[in-house]
Each structure stands twice: as C-alpha cells, then as structure tokens.
Ligand binder design. Structure first.
Ligand SMILES: *Cc1c(COP(=O)(O)O)cnc(C)c1O
Length: 478
C-alpha cells in the first residue's frame, strides 16, 4: 500500500468510526446471521495476489458488519459492558501504528514506565491500599490464573514449579463465582476436585463461617488450603463477598486471598462506594477490568499484587537471549504474567484517564448506577415484576411474576419473555439462574446509555410481556 492510499483510508476509517459512534443505535443490536453464513461468503483459500483496499473495505461493510453484535449500542444491557470511547480508540490506533512489542523495559521504556504510572493512578482512583503494584493483563481470567499460580507456588514453598503439586492443595470460592476460577484451577494443576465452592447467603454473597469451616475440615484431613478467591460483584447478580471477614480468615490460616472485582471494581472510583473495597488490605492480589466499565477497549485488565517478588519468582524465566543491562533497575513486565510478548496497552488507558479526567469517569459511572436504580424502582413499583437480587451497583436482576404460576411455569415464561424482548433488536438483555429461578439481567454500563434508553427498554419489556401473555392463552391475574 502506498502512503497516499494509507492516508486516504486512514481518514475514511476515522470518519466512519466517528459516524458509527453516532449511528450505532440504528443497527440491530444483535447480529441475526445464522451459523456458517459469514464463512460461506469468505473464500476458502487466501488471495494469491494483493487486492485493492477499496474491495477489502467494501467487503468489511458487506460481509463483516452484518455479523457484528453491537456492544457499543446504547441499548446494550446484556452480560456486562465492554466499552470503548473515542480516546481509547485513538490510543489503540497509535499502539498499532508504532507496533512496539513491549516484553521488557528495553524493548520500549515508555511502555513499561507508563504502565507502572497509570496502574498507580488506577490504584489511587479505586482507593486500593498503598503499596500495591499493578500490571496490565489481557483479561481477568488470565489475572486470576496468574494469582492461582502464584498462590500455588507460594503455598508449596516455591517447589511446585519444579516438582509439580504435591498433596491436595485447595482453592475456595463462592458458589456464585465466575467460571474463570474453575478454569484457572484446572490449568494451574490443582485439579477441579480441589476447588471448594462455599455456599452463599440470601444475597448470594459468600458465607464466611462456611469458608472457615471448609478450611478447618481440609486442615483436619491433611489437605493444604492455598487460595481463596473472593468476588466483589459476581457476574450473575453483583453479589459482594464480605472481604473483611474473608480477609481475616485468610490471614489466620495463611491462605492467599485473590479478589475478583472484574466488573464491579470500577464502581469503587466513586467515593460513595468506598465501602465496596473495604477489607482490600487483606488481598494478596486484586483484579478489575477497565475493558468492561472504564471506557477502555478490550483487552485491558488491571491486576494488582501486594508482593510483586512472589509473582516474579513464580513467573520468571531468564534465558540468555532475554537478559538486558537494565534488568536490575526496571520493571520487565514479561515476568509479571504468563505471556512473553506484550502489546502497549497502557497507552489507551492513559488517553482515557487524561481525556475524561477522574471527574469525567466518575460522572459516567455514577450515571449508570443512577439509571440502574431508576430501572430497579420501576421493577419494584410494578405488580407484575419482582427483583431477584439486591441491586448493589448497575445490575438489576428481575423476573415477571404475577403470583399465579408455579416456579416451573415462571422459568419457561421468563425465558420466552427474554427472547421476545431481544427480538425487538433495540435492546439486548441476558439471563442467569438464581436459586434455580430463571432471572433476567439488565446490566447498565454502556457509555452512551441515557435515561431515554432505559425508558425504551422498559417499554419493550412491557410490550413483550403483553405479547407473551396473549400467546400463553391464559390471562394474567393482574
Ligand atoms: C467478566 C468477569 C470475568 C471474566 O473477565 P475476562 O476479562 O473476560 O476474563 C471474571 N470475573 C468476573 C466477576 C467477571 O464479571
């Protein structure tokens, strides 16, 4: 590609993205293609000769775009948000443009030092304890795996890397914890049988008494408690595990405490939520995702550790060809995680924090929490719907319940209702199961979501309910 063509399409793409930010609400939020549709439009073998940028660009619009689900749509209430923002896209563009591979300090000193600085900013923004050191991981799943590996190595007196795991090392997490814990436990070699799920209370948060009991039982049985993963904001219902109690138990039995705050951690940037991370001083490691709810596009997961030496000692590999003269004086982030090669991810985060400022970010997060509260109020005031879990931040768990149907019927009808809601194409909600009950989740966190979008979602929900009632052939009682 010659320089002029690059320039031409560069400008055109930026124009297109700027328009997309405005137009995204006009797309059907979920792609409606069928499995195999996109693949069938793509040639089975690569082009032998170079193609024209104009053709490639046209194919992006004709083939790729219809297969995109629009996470940046203001009607996005599914799963959790994965926000971008103009500042983060521009940072990403520069990262791609300079194309640096930032595995060690020497391969781009600015990347290493900016990462150190920006993570320190984040630590302050969340009000995490002083002295925690941060590193950007690709995802919370990877950060949690990293924590499980460090916990394993620490609990074995730094022998498990060399000899493998001896005996039954145990990991504890709540029954509501994210699937990445089980995945990490499997990969780290604990064995999924050694993952102990601790029961939760009515609010779906871990019961610390049950945790302590499980640890004692394991000690009595000659097993080795290695790690507790507490969740601040479970994915299902944003339940908040009681960190101070869990932390005291971890300290008492000398067990590694990892805190998974992937989604909800962002809420702690608001002073009114400072209680969310109470007890964080007990954490040996902590993760939250700016790539979910802090306007920084995927991937960007912030991982903090109390004692980086333990992490580095677990991860370090120092072959001759990677040694550099500055190794003693700087952070070589290749030793702070699993992968060797690293993208320059701190740049987009730096752009986001500077362009919004802490106050700008707070304003958006506060808006989401307020809007979720507004929606929860509508659910609470309606006789046909009920809340299914406490609304701790920006997630509302609810279902339709007219009081006249069995649990089994309600499960079937709420599933139907959700699918009808999503057929609208203007909002997207997903579900979970809480205590065996089919529950609809409304996660409010898309950057551009406003009050009108909540109102529209409510209209869609009510309309869909009407349709469902018609089709059940039995009038509702209210
Ligand atoms: C989303 C989520 C994860 C997984 O995050 P990834 O960055 O996609 O790996 C883990 N834990 C919780 C609580 C989450 O909400």
């Amino acid at each position: 590609m010659d320089k002029e063509t690059f320039r031409q399409y560069g400008y055109e793409f930026v124009d297109w993205i700027a328009d997309y930010f405005d137009n995204v609400r006009n797309y059907p939020i979920r792609s409606s293609v069928n499995p195999g549709d996109i693949k069938s439009l793509l040639p089975g073998s690569p082009p032998p000769e170079g193609e024209d940028m104009a053709t490639i660009w046209k194919d992006f619009q004709d083939i790729i775009l219809p297969g995109i689900t629009h996470w940046q749509h203001p009607g996005w209430f599914a799963f959790f948000p994965a926000n971008n923002s103009p500042a983060s896209v521009l940072g990403e563009l520069l990262t791609a443009g300079i194309g640096a591979q930032c595995m060690v300090w020497e391969t781009s000193p600015a990347a290493a030092e900016l990462e150190e600085r920006v993570l320190e900013w984040l630590r302050q923004m969340l009000g995490l304890p002083a002295g925690l050191s941060g590193v950007i991981q690709d995802t919370a799943s990877t950060a949690t795996l990293t924590a499980l590996l460090t916990a394993r190595e620490t609990a074995s007196g730094f022998s498990s890397n060399e000899t493998g795991i001896a005996g039954n090392m145990r990991v504890y997490t709540s029954a509501e914890a994210h699937s990445s814990i089980e995945k990490g436990v499997k990969i780290a070699g604990y064995g999924s049988k050694n993952l102990c799920y601790i029961p939760t209370g009515e609010d779906y948060a871990m019961l610390p008494d049950k945790l302590e009991q499980a640890i004692r039982d394991d000690l009595d049985a000659g097993k080795k408690p290695a790690c507790v993963v507490a969740t601040i904001g479970t994915t299902s219902s944003t339940a908040i595990d009681p960190l101070p109690e869990i932390g005291r138990i971890c300290r008492k039995y000398r067990v590694w405490l990892h805190v998974d705050a992937a989604f909800t951690g962002t809420a702690a940037i608001l002073e009114e939520n400072s209680n969310l991370l109470k007890g964080a001083e007990y954490a040996d490691s902590f993760v939250f995702n700016p790539h979910k709810w802090l306007l920084t596009n995927f991937y960007c997961s912030a991982y903090f550790v109390k004692e980086p030496e333990l992490l580095i000692r677990t991860m370090t590999i120092n072959p001759e060809y990677l040694k550099t003269a500055s190794d003693e004086k700087v952070h070589n982030y290749r030793d702070w995680g699993i992968q060797l090669g690293r993208r320059f991810r701190a740049l987009k985060l730096w752009f986001v924090i500077r362009e919004y400022g802490v106050s700008g970010l707070k304003e958006i997060v506060r808006k989401h929490i307020r809007l979720a509260g507004l929606f929860a109020y509508r659910i609470k005031s309606s006789e046909e719907f009920e809340l299914m879990a406490p609304v701790n931040t920006n997630l509302v768990c609810f279902r339709w319940n007219d009081g006249s149907r069995s649990e089994k019927e309600l499960n079937i009808l709420n599933k139907k209702l959700l699918s009808r809601i999503n057929e609208s194409g203007s909002v997207y909600l997903t579900h979970t199961i809480l205590s065996g009950r089919y529950t609809i989740r409304m996660a409010v966190g898309q950057r551009t979501t406003e009050k009108e979008d909540i109102a529209r979602a409510w209209e869609v929900i009510k309309y869909s309910l009407k349709e469902i009632k018609k089709s059940t052939g039995r009038p509702g009682t209210s």
